[in-house]
Ligand binder design. Structure first.
Ligand code: F6P
Length: 522
């Protein structure tokens, strides 16, 4: 396969662009510009079979404890399961619990949206600030931006995540606390950065509103640790629950989506859940060879493990999807950035590549040069829509022409003969050659709606799961982030203490700490 060129594959099969396609839940996938033939697909599907992908999908949907190292289910699919269906975890049907919380979220969202919920001084809430990190930030931030078109425009949304105080200060600089609602989003309610920002928000409110009672009108929390949230000072009635079986990076359809629901309204939020659910059902029931998440997952394996590709580019041609690549980074890299298999052995193969990306056409004028002519193979996912939410002359056609042109240029390139035929001097020819044979998927949908966003996110969630199954890793834990957190706790007091306690780190860390202390004092 290494020697076969996409030019040849397309020439050999005029129907290739129609054959290598699949469609589900409002998304059309063209995977014909991949370096595969029928035999490749057959072998990849055999690999999926050998790894018991079908059984693992069922295990996930049935609430089995597939998060082995944390002994938990990974049941994000329950968060979008329609009322009346049932998923039992530890003897409890979780679907009614999910809908109870969704209904509470809907009632609260409506009150904010229609102005019935007032701030402490009686003013209407105009600003919603979500404080969270990782899955408690990226999902809400990405979804708000993606669905901004559907948002209530007299409400102003901000997302604070960084422990760098600048993030908080810049977010609240022009806000009036009497008109501001903070949503403290933290599954654990122990995340240091989130607690620091929540504390700053509380101090800011108390400073301006000068009454402890005011907090109950300006603070709500989303957490599976309500006792910690209450201890922090959140009114027990202002806490929206979620569950240990909903992982942080898989939680945007839980109460973590409260800011999204306030922005777009309960009806649109439900439409988004329906989009997720449609893709969930497709993943569970479609034959593997026509299953979008499975196909995309297997193609990712193909390049990662058989072509030694190190990265995967995500290229949405829609301004509203500007945070989609950054959201997907956590989804994939925190899920599958593992080197120990489910049996506790070291994986003898590469696992997750680096995911990165940018909106088209901005990326084209930044890093596409490397994708076209660099020495590395970078599989690309192009995502585009047939209708613009903001039609302006022929701009959507222009945007989509760019997407289609890039995928075509990557696949087919431009030969030396073609360049010579244009009268290019011989010395310039090699510089202008684009060898092509650079693979891509194209995902096309009619329009960016809440439902489309739901199916798009679910598609990637399940593609990531498929990859994790093949690599035989636990896609739902994240032990790798723990050591850094512990060391931060150790170093933090060493930076502050004036008497400079003895440092017992390595010589690099010790020297950096000493330098920091010196300059910090100045
Ligand atoms: O970075 C680790 C992590 O646990 C993520 O998995 C999670 O999304 C994030 O921190 C935030 O966690 P929490 O919602 O508990 O504050």
């Amino acid at each position: 396969m290494r020697k076969l060129h996409l030019r040849q594959l397309f020439a050999d099969d005029p129907k290739r662009g129609e054959r290598y396609t699949a469609e589900a839940a409002g998304l059309y996938l063209d995977y014909s510009k991949n370096r595969i033939i029928d035999e490749t697909l057959r072998l990849l599907l055999t690999l999926a079979g050998d790894c018991n992908l079908h059984m693992r999908i069922e295990a996930m949907f049935n609430g089995e404890k597939i998060n082995v190292s944390e002994r938990r289910s990974a049941l994000h699919v329950a968060l979008r399961t329609p009322k009346g269906e049932s998923i039992v975890v530890n003897g409890v049907d979780v679907v009614p619990q999910v809908h109870t919380v969704l209904e509470r979220m809907a009632a609260f969202s409506e009150q904010i949206r229609n102005g019935k919920w007032r701030g402490h001084t009686g003013k209407r809430i105009r600003n919603i600030v979500n404080i969270g990190l990782g899955g408690s930030d990226l999902g809400p931030m990405m979804a708000y931006e993606a669905l901004r078109y559907y948002s209530q425009r007299d409400l102003n949304f901000r997302f604070v995540s960084n422990v760098d105080a600048t993030d908080f200060e810049e977010a609240i600089r022009d806000l009036d606390p009497a008109e501001t609602l903070f949503i403290i989003s933290s599954k654990s309610f122990t995340t240091q950065e989130t607690l620091a920002n929540a504390q700053a928000a509380r101090d800011w409110c108390l400073d301006k509103l000068d009454d402890k009672q005011s907090l109950s009108r300006h603070f709500v929390a989303v957490s599976s640790n309500s006792s910690k949230a209450v201890k922090f000072g959140i009114d027990a009635g202002n806490i929206f629950d979620f569950w240990d079986w909903a992982g942080g990076r898989y939680s945007m359809t839980s109460a973590i989506g409260l800011s999204t629901m306030i922005a777009i309204g309960p009806e649109n939020f439900r439409a988004m859940l329906a989009g997720f659910h449609a893709m969930d059902q497709h993943f569970r029931t479609a034959p593997l060879g026509q299953n979008l998440p499975v196909l995309m997952g297997l193609l990712a394996i193909w390049y990662n493990n058989f072509f030694d590709a190190h990265t995967q580019a995500l290229l949405p041609y829609d301004q509203y999807l500007r945070y989609f690549p950054v959201y997907l980074q956590q989804l994939s890299m925190e899920s599958n950035g593992k080197q120990i298999t489910l049996d506790g052995m070291r994986a003898g193969w590469q696992t997750a590549p680096i995911w990165w990306g940018e909106r088209g056409t901005n990326g084209q004028h930044s890093f596409y040069q490397l994708i076209h002519q660099g020495t590395r193979l970078i599989p690309c996912d192009f995502i585009g829509f047939c209708q613009s939410l903001n039609p302006l002359g022929h701009r959507q056609d222009l945007l989509m022409a760019n997407l289609l042109a890039q995928a075509e240029a990557l696949a087919f390139g431009k030969t030396a003969e073609e360049i010579r035929a244009e009268g290019t001097p011989e010395w310039l020819v090699p510089h202008r050659v684009l060898e092509g044979n650079r693979p891509s998927n194209t995902l096309l949908a009619e329009r960016l709606t809440p439902g489309t966003l739901g199916s798009l996110v679910a598609l990637y969630e399940h593609s990531v799961f498929t990859q994790g199954v093949i690599w035989n890793v636990d896609s739902f834990d994240q032990w790798g982030v723990e050591l850094g957190k512990t060391l931060t706790q150790a170093i933090f007091p060493q930076l502050e203490v004036a008497r400079e306690p003895e440092l017992k780190h390595d010589s690099s860390t010790n020297t950096l700490i000493r330098r920091y202390r010196r300059l910090r004092r100045q």
